[in-house]
Ligand binder design. Sequence first.
Ligand code: IPM
Ligand code: MG
Length: 381
Amino acid sequence: MKIIMACQSKKHYRIGWLPGDGIGQDVMEAARIVLDKVQLDAEYIHGDIGWEFWCKEGDALPKRTIELLQNVDAALFGAITSKPTKAAEEELVPELKGKGLVYRSPIVRMRQLFDLYICLRPCKAYPGNPLNYREDIDLVVFRENTEDLYAGVEFHPVPEEIKEVLKKHSKNFEPFVNLEADQFAISCKINTRKGSERIIRAAFEYARKNGRKKVTIVHKANVVRATDGLFLETAKVVAKDYPEIQYDEANVDAITMWLLKNPNNYDVLVAPNLYGDIVSDLCAQMVGGLGFGCSGNIGEKLAVFEPTHGSAPKYAGQYKVNPIATILAAKMMLDWLGETEKAQLIENAVAEVIKEGKVRTYDMGGSNTTLEMARAIADKI
Ligand code: IPM
Ligand code: MG
């Protein structure tokens, strides 16, 4: 886990450069200004990804991009557009109708294909940010990134053999299985002990290496007994290896209230995939919103860094949005590569620009552009 043990940095890097759709292009251009300023010795290799390629080729993550990712040291990713339903997709791209293609979010596919099992989301309030909920927040969310409700095992309509299994499981399911095909769907939450253990261990390792005091396990094991029960049971075992770190458990619903009430009661949080998705957005909002939320999708061989926000198509190409989330994602990438000094330079510059308050994008109440913000940060390096 390189993010935890700063690895030996090497001189020349191959970086996968995946702007994606919408404002993905704008924020990546901004991140590049800052990366060039710290003079990272790297080639940035463009990869096709996103809605455009789904429309043109029926594949939002084309094979050539997967091959590219097999041969890079790390990748930076902008944003992608996705639609919630098949009907919405077909309305937008009528040529795809009836072809039986299923859109799966390319970022979710990347996480699974490359086993990027850690989703690391630091949420730190930089002093002077007018959007801070409080100035003293410094939380880190570890989100399991490959399993859970994101496993992609879904049925609609539900096949007969699965209905049979449900009927055998309990008489209570009979009213469901007798419904019309269109009236009943199943999404499976799949969690393994291995998957739970490695993300929980990553959170504890991170806490140990970074002088963090407490790890909170986020779950709903009182209701979702099998999968979340397994997660929690695994956590109790892993925690024994880290006696110096305070072990804590919280139900996912309750923690959304407690986090708002007293964020200082928390330090490192670790959660299964979907709860981690939700809780990390809450934490990002407390430190300025999605313009500040950065994310590392980390595996043993590859890591893909990204801003947590979406592609905001209505702002695409307007250079209006805040690039700080992507710039902080680039900073995380440098940390992972072992380029910790350059990473620190970027973080210091971001902190200084925020504190000074002279350059602000629209979300922060200002009128500066995406690239003006990037240049202001680069000027502090
Ligand atoms: C995130 C996003 C993604 C997710 C979407 C874009 C598929 O919300 O990275 O948090 O749900 O994981
Ligand atoms: Mg999300």
